[in-house]
Design a protein around this ligand. Structure first.
Ligand code: G4P
Length: 545
């Protein structure tokens, strides 16, 4: 193995960056709570060889209240993972699965993580299809033309008819689905899948350990003796009929449409029993894109450029008050990261030394010595880095495409100790710069430090909890929040008088972001929709202009 800090000859470095980047598959799972993300993650790890016996139901229940799916996994399995990315090897590929918290800890970070992924897997419950959170996360991917896979989970229990489900999803999300695997049912019992790319049937045998081990599989062509002797005639006849329908209706797999985010290769399975998980993983590593060139100032940064570049997409505060350090998560876009290397923080022009992350954190973490395009490294930071920062070696590029996401909850922040209002303002200013809070005012020219109490916006409730915790522990500013009862923000552009008139209507609140841009909050979706339909004098936008 190459020692991390060792300087590599340019030709060797270029070669390694090229081959390592090409075998990275970096993705995130997007789903609604309870669709089975934790279970699927665990099973992918099982097939990736990272764990040997997948979880026990009991351990899972005990860990239910853990704050993140990742911590839940860490605690249950006793495996060491960085809290933002799980890496495993599969058939010569290095797979990076990025954490997208789904429960109460849903926050702007969840959205931003999608920007660090090269593809996404949309996980659906076979009874529920597309749900609210799936839709929100899908929209972010779709806007960015991220290639999206679909995995229909829980096929071991009765659900919607697969054809009907595909139809519903297509209509709801406006994307075409192309089944790569198709479920095989024998008298309503889920017994296997057919892979339409390899034209193989895979029949699964229910194990004794409830999915704790890899499932025994019989594989062969549709007319092969193994398959004919193990599957019932009725199941195969039904499968043939459905495959014919699919072949006639869908044509060949269009890779270009997939890479452009318009067509989603779709899989059926059951994360619980492992049925269909490996057929998915097999096709996933083949179909999923390797890190692609990323747009930066005036340029596209090619992943195989040997000069290191990366951007910060998430900053995690340390919830242990004894450690003020934070962890900045950097997605490597090009070149090679080596622990201890020096890079430029392009925003300030300063040089930073990137140390290995493990020693400072309270919980045990695996040290990252070396990373390549597609990987994520956690960097211990004392407040220097911000969301969206570019780190680069020997060049001045800036990755400019890290959007802010509109908050869904708004609360007024009140200092519980009026003597500490100054500390509160300092804390809010820093949290806002760091990307952990979004601050708003009811007065157009207000600034932190003067005027009425500021308003904070968050994408999820946990973001508020983290904010309060940090204001108190890091800035000595205990505060409380008072919910405004408004959401559904729309930034508005148009004549001032019209904006003020519309903003003062019933069920609406006019506020201003830190840059002074006006936005209107609405009491409910209905109030928002009817205002948008009626008021044509001003333009409504769902993000800051
Ligand atoms: P999440 O991370 O997306 O929130 O979902 P999670 O994996 O925790 O799964 C949510 C529930 O769905 C769990 O049941 C889990 O066992 C179940 N589940 C996941 N995949 C499958 C599947 O393929 N088939 C079936 N039938 N169920 C599945 P629970 O009863 O809420 O919890 P637990 O007691 O099993 O942990």
């Amino acid at each position: 193995m190459t020692a991390p800090t060792e300087l590599l000859a340019p030709a060797v470095l270029a070669e390694r960056v090229g081959t390592e980047g090409a075998r990275r598959r970096t993705f995130a799972i997007i789903s609604h709570p309870d669709a089975g993300k934790t279970t699927l993650t665990e099973k992918l790890l099982l097939y990736g060889g990272a764990i040997h016996l997948a979880g026990s139901v009991k351990a899972r229940r005990a860990a239910r209240h853990a704050t993140s799916d990742w911590m839940k996994l860490e605690q249950e399995r006793g495996i060491s993972v960085t809290s933002s990315v799980l890496q495993f090897d599969y058939e010569g590929f290095k797979v990076n699965l990025l954490d997208t918290p789904g429960h109460a800890d849903f926050s702007e970070d969840t959205y931003r993580t999608l920007i660090a992924a090269d593809s996404a897997v949309m996980l659906l419950d076979n009874r529920r299809g597309v749900e609210e959170r799936t839709r929100q996360l899908f929209e972010v991917c779709h806007k960015r033309r991220t290639p999206i896979f679909t995995f229909v989970n829980k096929c071991d229990r009765p659900g919607m008819d697969p054809l009907q489900l595909l139809d519903d999803v297509e209509r709801d999300l406006g994307i075409s689905l192309w089944p790569v695997t198709w479920p095989i049912f024998d008298m309503d019992r889920f017994v296997g899948v057919y892979d339409r790319l390899t034209k193989h049937v895979l029949l699964f045998e229910r194990g004794e350990h409830h999915g704790a081990e890899e499932v025994a599989t019989i594989e062969g062509g549709l007319d092969s003796p193994e398959i004919l002797s193990h599957a019932s005639e009725g199941a195969l006849a039904h499968l043939r009929e459905e495959l014919e329908l699919l072949d006639v209706g869908l044509g060949d797999f269009d890779r270009d449409a997939f890479v452009a985010g318009q067509l989603s290769p779709t899989f059926f399975g059951s994360a619980l029993t492992n049925f269909g998980v490996e057929p998915f993983l097999r096709e996933f590593v083949q179909l999923a894109p390797a890190p692609a060139p990323r747009p930066a100032t005036d340029d596209l940064v090619e992943p195989n450029d040997p000069r290191f570049t990366g951007f910060v997409f998430k900053i995690q505060a340390n919830m242990d008050p004894k450690h003020r350090d934070r962890m900045a998560f950097v997605r490597v876009c090009s070149g090679r990261y080596a622990a201890g290397m020096e890079v430029k923080l392009v925003r300030t022009g300063k040089t930073l030394r990137l140390a290995a992350p493990q020693s400072v954190m309270a919980r045990e973490r695996s040290a990252v010595d070396e990373a390549f395009p597609g990987d994520v490294v956690g960097i211990v930071d004392k407040g220097t880095l911000r969301i969206g920062d570019t780190l680069a070696e020997e060049r001045d590029v800036v990755f400019g495409d890290i959007p802010r996401f509109p908050p869904e909850h708004f609360s007024r922040v009140l200092a519980t100790d009026p003597m500490r209002r100054k500390q509160l303002d300092t804390g809010l200013k820093q949290l806002s710069e760091e990307g952990a809070a979004q601050v708003f005012f009811t007065e157009p020219d207000a600034k932190l430090g003067s005027g009425p109490s500021p308003i904070v916006g968050a994408v999820g409730q946990l973001q508020f909890d983290v904010m309060l915790f940090r204001l108190e522990s890091e800035y000595g500013a205990p505060a409380k929040l008072e919910s405004l009862g408004y959401g559904h923000p729309r930034w508005v552009v148009g004549p001032k008088a019209d904006i003020e008139r519309v903003g003062s209507g019933h069920g609406r609140l006019l506020v201003y972001d830190v840059k002074g841009n006006p936005l209107i909050l609405f009491a409910d979706r209905w109030a928002m929709r009817s205002t948008l339909d009626r008021e044509t004098a001003i333009e409504f936008r769902d993000s800051a202009p």
